[in-house]
Design a binder for this molecule. Sequence first.
Ligand SMILES: [Mg+2]
Length: 230
Amino acid sequence: MPLKKIKVIAFDADDTLWVNETFFRKAEEEFCILLQEYMSKEEANKLLFDVEMQNLPLYGYGIKPFTLSLIEAAILVSNGNMKIDLVQKLIDKGKEMLQEPVELIDGIDETLHELSKKYRLVMATKGDLLDQERKLIKSGLENYFHHTEIVSDKTEKQYKKLVKHLDIKENEFLMVGNSLKSDVLPVLNIGAHAFHIPFHTTWVHEEVEDKIDHPNFRSFEKASELLQIL
Ligand SMILES: [Mg+2]
């Protein structure tokens, strides 16, 4: 059984340990409502996504880049005609998102508690360092993790670096996460194991079309199911 070799389990954070994507969906919805006098909801939402994609290489992931993209998209949607109080509303929205309470994903606390007795656990996430640290502390999960890796993007190169840093072999590493694009595909490509636990909402940018069929891959509905095989 290849799973017997696993020494380190890395957990993605957003939408794997705690709820995240829901806040972005809500903010996009509010953005479209604020600007509906200029553009239909669908068009405004599409434009916001395009702005985010353009900004991604420069800004990276997280709420602060998202806030800047909200403002930039609002300028485009309103053709430069929006009032300054609307800019203030978008800034306030970003600040509000940075202070949301942390809502744990069902069963994650017990699952980490049990797994931490048998494995070295790490948190591996992309995004904003300050914000991810804030959420980790608020979550109460901090003590389960040996350490945390906050990377700018989850690529094969970054995973290889992580495995090397952990001083283990690729097949001794297991990644658990909600994104096939970030938490599964690059991990399988370097010869490590990857488990997928989907969240009900996925950002379009993280969507993958193909079905994954790989000996090192499994999919689960709930975190607690991990305890049946690990
Ligand atoms: Mg995630």
